[in-house]
Design a binder for this molecule. Structure first.
Ligand code: TYD
Length: 199
């Protein structure tokens, strides 16, 4: 069997602290593992287009077009960054992945089955974690320059969808309503337990 690393994704609301946690986790894992941090929307052509035209643009594209763009960006991210790193035996920590599309585009009214269908070629993560915070707390943490996704009603719907995937055992919940270092400790315990039994 070829040597393969592990693919971990972190999910959460805007303002949940997941970017800070993903970066801290990748740093901590560097002690003993060859870990790398990455994020979606990606830094590639499609990710750059999304930031400009979907998240901060004045005129929004339809939810269907947005979902297709996120799926296309994800495939490019998998092909150019995630898979090559895994093939080198690295631990990839992705700040957002497939479940962001399910939760956010699902909250925008699209069917979860269809979102899963257009993402069927995207590699399944080996571990997917949801950093759960109270949407009101998450909203208070956001900068005034909010993206179009960042309003309380959307955030509440997004959280409900994430929690359904926690119930199904697809996402592992970490309590994000704690001080930063306590969240980091809880997250590290979940990840370490997974890595110790993975290979
Ligand atoms: P975010 O993690 O906030 O990126 P940054 O901090 O760099 O701006 O993600 C940007 C937004 O994109 C966030 O509101 C969630 C949204 N999003 C989707 O709606 N669908 C997706 O598939 C992804 C990856 C993100």
């Amino acid at each position: 069997m070829t040597k393969r690393g592990a693919f971990i994704c972190l999910e959460g609301l805007d303002g949940s602290g997941k970017t800070t946690q993903a970066k801290m986790l990748a740093e901590k894992l560097k002690d003993g593992y060859n870990a790398v941090y990455t994020a979606e929307p990606s830094r590639g052509k499609i990710g750059t287009f999304i930031r400009k035209h979907c998240l901060y643009g004045k005129k929004r594209l339809s939810s269907i077009v947005e979902a297709l763009l996120f799926a296309a960006d994800r495939m490019e991210h998998v092909e150019t960054e995630i898979l090559p790193a895994l093939q080198q035996g690295r631990i990839v920590i992705s700040d957002r992945y497939l479940y962001s599309s399910i939760a956010y585009q699902g909250a925008a009214g699209l069917s979860i089955e269809w979102i899963e269908k257009i993402n069927e070629h995207a590699l399944k993560p080996d571990l997917a974690v949801f950093i759960d915070v109270d949407p009101k707390v998450a909203m208070r943490r956001l900068k005034p320059n909010k993206s179009v996704m960042e309003n309380l009603e959307t955030q509440q719907k997004v959280r409900e969808i994430y929690l359904k995937f926690v119930e199904k055992g697809i996402l592992v919940r970490v309590n994000g309503n704690q001080p930063k270092n306590a969240v980091a400790r809880e997250l590290y315990i979940v990840v370490k337990k997974f890595l110790d039994t993975f290979h």
